[in-house]
Design a binder for this molecule. Sequence first.
Ligand code: TRP
Length: 336
Amino acid sequence: MEENVGIMKKTVYSAVQPTGSLTIGNFVGAIRNWLRLQNEYDCYFAIADLHAITVRQEPAELRRRTLELAALYLACGIDPEKCALYVQSHVSAHAELCWILNTLTYVGEASRMTQFKDKSQKHADNINMGLMDYPVLMAADILLYQTDFVPVGADQKQHVELSRDLAERFNGRYGETFKVPEPLIVKGEARICSLQDPAKKMSKSDENPNASVFLSDDRDTVIRKFKRAVTDSDNRIVCSEEKPGISNLLNIYCAFSGHTMSEAEASFSGMGYGDFKLAVGEVVADVLAPIQAEQKRLLADKKYLTEVLQGGAERAFKTARRTLSKVCRKVGFYRE
Ligand code: TRP
């Protein structure tokens, strides 16, 4: 039985767009979970550049961010031996399956997606077909790999639901072809909130530059942002619903130091808010520093990065091609 273990592994698929800078919220909520998942599952992690161009991108910047994101993943500990780390546009099967799935997607259902409606408002001068097609492309991403689990944040759950619907619809019409994927909402995941408004999730696109701590922020910036974090007029350092600012800082402290909440509360008891905020900033900066150094080192080694991404794309393509050719046969495309 031992040698069958590899074959039995379930598949995990996730992707991130190479737009904007990642925050410590993305680090704790997404990247760090991927590190755990890569040991247990057959993982595909993509850099979603096809999705990125659904809003206007500066070409040179898109190219730069794609490489930076790849280097960041590797610097955080994503192991290219364990998973397929690749650029979405390097595997043309994504666009091809998307086309086929488009013919099963109703304009009504696509136009009702929450994120499409939000983005249409935000980019009112560029409501292009790709923006509406975004979740269908995401379904193609996921279904190509016969994915079991899709680790995503709550904002992407509706898109995973659509992937399920499309998988079932295709299977119903053409016969069993796709595995029906499930969203993977990791338990115990710390929700990291804005430092300026702890009622809101920390976001990479917040207009307030002090609201989010980016993985690319240097030590002084990290510490300055924590110093400016909103707290309250009380001076007790405890985690409670009435103290959202302090609770958020404590959560961040725990996520970055590995301490439990009660350990953190005990060690800060009696301390002033100023010193507490400094301690949180320092622990975050200490975790980020080696990652940033490694990312920088990797970015200077283009040859290695290119090799990793090529290897990832080849590995992804092998699986994707198998699914796509099955799909093409099922829909009736003539094949020898
Ligand atoms: N839409 C996702 C996001 O912005 C990125 C993404 C693209 C994705 N394709 C995916 C996530 C497939 C999970 C699975 O967060």
